[in-house]
Write a protein that binds this ligand. Structure first.
Ligand code: COA
Ligand code: AMP
Length: 634
């Protein structure tokens, strides 16, 4: 297959300096680079070393002062409070400059970390940009995580300040954030000297004197501060993501490479121009929110939409169509799970007809595999191209996509199309050899990775090497398995580790097992992700109780469910567990989670040759049937 795309892609791989050097002309630098790709300290690669810049300047000031001052930069649409606020580039820059002033007077400076624990409000985006303005490093923690998870991140990032809010609003429920924050600080060893708290009208947080500062009071007297130049290679943010254990990985994002890749992606992947309205229906707590609610649309001079609400129930399954038509959205980016939720409530798509959504040109999906039903439904109902693209927190933008603004290639259902420029994607076997087209293997990226990819993990260079680079020397291991077809299209099939994807949220079953194992009556446990029609996957726990435990099965199940909610958070959606006599294992003692998952999914399964006792699989099957899972046997 020949397509002009191929030549562009090949240049990005063979001449990264030329390709990304050209793309970098779209960014304003205060000092130009010594090297585009700096490979002097392999396997750690750096982009635009020697250069200086400021991400907030490129996202706000250069538009505010350069002809887009009166254009909307941000539309904050809160379906849960029935309100819409619009900020022009000038207004947003001025708010952010004053908030940076608040941070500076509260002791935050270049290189300091700031944790942002906020719901989906405009102030969360302002908080991130205010940190960028000062050269401080933000670390946003998703609101659905519990105090314990927040505490782990506080101890790792050691923030000089935390920015939070009195509450979030989940559908019709007001969730108080401040008690969760106070608990987290209580648990953490590191005690942040300052917390800046946004009081929302739905709940008033009590402030701790000497530590907590009221956002509105502080802003009223704040002086704006200017952008502080930082090195292109300095960290812009840390975003914690699930690893194989309960200990999250602090993915670092730099300033220079991140800006170049994200700015490039807006026209070339999403086909939007400055002035267009772009909506990523995600949460600022996730990488999609960082890249495509906050940074990329603003770097490109677009209007970004920030939505506080759900695809359904706020108030109905027409919410997305209302937002698209009301704000003239050209591109919608969300997770397939959101479309599954809409389709479930309004299978005929009747509510779409209530709105004029002719402004919509593309739907982009990511975060999990797009199932064929959802893909077909979205294509039929919206009558726009539906673009599946594949990426990870670690990469910050898509590794594989159809570049709609460059040279689109024909779509193939089930594939996120081809490797994006800068990503040399290979499918490897266990011996690090490339497999034949069509054969499944470990999806890896030949080093160096494209700009914006993680340069390392926060304070954990060794863990970075060990987690991503050691198994396949010379490559980054994505931990996804899949194949490439004869035309170069990628197919992403499954994770190779114990990460599961629940409603587009990345979670570690290992982390959940650590919580279950801490229950005093639990001797052994396993958590597997089973298929779910709405959320893609849901965790299910298997518990083996201590000999002589007197607790009733339903009590231990109820208690471990509560423990996961308290320790990890409601986002884990851990609502199902079952007590079993034994867990199926290999003779060497490895728990057969994959086989258990197949049983739960009603797939046919074969007892592995290495199994210790095949009868246990029947017991697992029966236990699953007792909680409503169908069996391939029945
Ligand atoms: N703060 C506090 N709690 C939160 C939260 C937040 N920011 N986000 C989620 N939660 C809670 C929810 O209230 C829910 O709690 P519950 O168990 O008490 O009901 C739990 O965490 C699970 O949330 P979620 O997975 O979002 O499930 P849901 O049933 O509320 O909604 C969807 C399901 C599919 C509608 C929703 O997940 C969705 O819109 N997802 C797609 C978009 C997306 O965000 N993708 C992320 C990556 S692109
Ligand atoms: P996260 O880091 O939360 O973005 O999750 C990344 C993981 O989500 C990837 O490693 C994949 O397992 C999965 N994922 C993301 N996008 C896709 C996609 N388009 N198709 C299949 N899986 C995806």
């Amino acid at each position: 297959m020949t397509n002009p795309y191929q030549a562009i892609y090949e240049r990005s791989i063979n001449d990264p300096d030329g390709f990304w050097g050209d793309a970098a002309a779209d960014i304003d630098w205060t000092k130009t680079w010594d090297r585009v790709l700096d490979d002097s300290n392999k396997p750690f690669y750096r982009w635009f070393s020697g250069a200086e810049c400021n991400t907030c300047y490129n996202a706000l000031d250069r538009h505010a002062d350069g002809g887009r001052g009166d254009q909307a930069a941000l539309i904050f649409d809160s379906a849960v409070t029935s309100s819409v606020s619009t900020y022009t580039y000038k207004e947003l820059r001025d708010e952010v400059a004053r908030l940076a002033g608040v941070l500076a007077t509260n002791g935050v400076g270049k290189g300091d970390r700031v944790i942002v624990y906020m719901p989906m409000v405009a102030e969360a985006l302002m908080a991130m940009l205010a940190c960028a303005r000062l050269g401080a490093v933000h670390s946003v923690v998703f609101g659905g995580f519990a105090s314990n998870e927040l505490a782990v991140r506080i101890d790792d990032a050691k923030p000089a300040a935390i920015i939070s809010a009195s509450c979030g609003i989940e559908g019709a429920r007001v969730i108080e954030y401040k008690p969760l924050l106070d608990d987290a600080i209580e648990i953490a060893t590191h005690k942040p000297p300052r917390c800046i708290i946004l009081q929302r009208p739905q709940a008033t947080a009590s402030l701790i004197e000497g530590r907590d500062v009221d956002w509105h009071d502080a802003m009223a007297s704040a002086e704006p501060v200017d952008c502080v130049p930082v090195k292109a290679t300095d960290p812009l943010y840390i975003l914690y993501t699930s690893g194989t254990t309960g200990e999250p990985k602090g993915v670092i994002r730099d300033n220079g490479g991140h800006m170049v890749a994200l700015k490039w992606s807006m026209k070339n992947i999403y086909d939007v121009d400055p002035g267009d309205v772009y909506w990523a229906a995600s949460d600022v707590g996730w990488v999609v929110g960082h890249s495509y609610i906050v940074y990329a649309p603003l770097l490109h001079g677009c209007t970004t939409v920030m939505y506080e609400g759900k695809p359904v129930g706020t108030p109905d399954a027409g919410a997305f169509w209302r937002v698209i038509s009301q704000h003239n959205v050209k591109v919608l980016f969300t997770a397939p799970t959101a479309f599954r939720a809409i389709k479930r409530e309004d299978p005929e798509g009747k509510l779409i007809k209530d709105y004029d959504i002719s402004c919509l040109k593309y739907l982009f999906l990511a975060g999990e595999r797009t199932d064929p039903d959802t893909l077909t439904w979205a294509e039929e109902k919206l009558q726009v191209p539906v673009v599946d693209h594949w990426w990870q927190t670690e990469t910050g933008w898509s590794i594989a996509t159809n570049c709609m603004g460059l040279h689109p290639v024909p779509f193939k259902a089930g594939s996120p199309s081809m490797a994006a420029p800068g990503w040399d994607v290979r499918i490897l076997d266990d011996n690090c050899n490339e497999v034949a087209d069509g054969d499944i293997g470990a999806i890896c990226v030949k080093l160096p990775m494209a700009p914006s990819s993680l340069p390392s993990l926060w304070n954990a260079d060794e863990r970075f090497k060990q987690a991503y680079l050691e198994e396949f020397p010379g490559y980054y291991k994505t931990s996804d398995a899949g194949y490439k077809d004869e035309d170069g299209y990628l197919f992403i099939m499954a994770r190779t580790d114990d990460i599961i994807n629940v409603a587009g949220h990345r979670l570690s079953t290992g982390g959940m097992e650590e919580v279950l194992a801490a229950h005093k009556d639990v001797a052994e446990c396993a958590v597997v992700g089973v298929a779910d029609q709405l959320k893609g996957q849901l965790p299910v726990g298997f518990l083996v109780l201590n000999a002589g435990a007197v607790i009733a099965n339903e009590d231990v199940v109820r208690e471990v469910i509560q423990m996961v909610r308290d320790k990890i958070g409601p986002v884990a959606a851990f609502k199902t567990a079952v007590v079993v006599e034994r867990l199926p294992k290999t003779r060497s003692g490895k728990i057969l989670r994959g086989t258990m998952q197949k049983i739960a999914d009603g797939e046919t399964y074969k007892a592995p040759a290495t199994i210790d006792d095949p009868v246990i699989l029947d017991e697992i099957d029966e236990a699953l049937q007792s909680i409503g899972y169908s069996s391939a046997r029945s």
